[in-house]
Design a binder for this molecule. Structure first.
Ligand SMILES: [Cu+2]
Length: 186
């Protein structure tokens, strides 16, 4: 689903929620007899339905978590370091500010064979950043935090060839909106 479609879906749902609130607010103007037994019954049905729906969602989504699993070896390891206001993305570790400068400003973008399972090892040299990967069609595929002092591992199988964009999803300062990176899948 494209980001614009998601935004429209959100707008539609927001209108529905606002209408429900309005209806409830209006309904409180009239005094009504309340059947407490029926209300308790409805609450029970609501509780069990909600629990069922949430359990089903957990069952469907938990196995798709993009975190490393025992015994699965990634095809490629890509090192990512965020720093105000760019990402350095490289297949060799980035350990110093000089290396970060070199990689983020001059190194050619990383190229990954299509279909690879990539493990991104993500960290930051200054403040918290958000590391998010967008497909060539602009879909948000996965994201994790880039945190100073930690290496967060994010795994992603890249099945679509093209130019992938990395954006920062954590407000990190004045030029946060310009903070981006790129890699290619081919
Ligand atoms: Cu940022």
């Amino acid at each position: 689903m494209s980001p614009v479609a998601v935004f429209h879906l959100f707008l539609g749902l927001a209108v529905v929620v606002a209408l429900v609130f309005l209806l409830v607010a209006r309904s409180t103007r009239r005094v009504q007899e309340v059947d407490y037994r029926a209300a308790a019954q409805a609450r029970k049905v609501f509780f069990f339905t909600l629990t069922g729906v949430l359990t089903a969602f957990l069952g469907i989504t938990l196995p798709r978590m993009p975190y490393p699993r025992e015994g699965v070896i990634p095809d490629r390891v890509v090192h990512v370091v965020g720093k105000q206001f760019a990402f350095a993305i490289s297949e060799t570790p980035i350990e110093t500010d000089a290396q970060w400068e070199e990689v983020s400003s001059f190194a050619p973008p990383v190229r990954i064979p299509v279909g690879s399972l990539v493990e991104f090892r993500v960290t930051s040299f200054d403040v918290n950043h958000g590391f998010s990967v967008y497909s060539p069609r602009g879909q948000l595929l996965a994201q994790t935090q880039a945190m100073p002092g930690y290496i967060n591992r994010l795994r992603l199988r890249v099945n679509e060839p093209g130019r992938y964009t990395v954006l920062c999803l954590e407000f990190c300062g004045s030029a946060h909106h310009r903070m981006r990176g790129v890699f290619f899948v081919e």
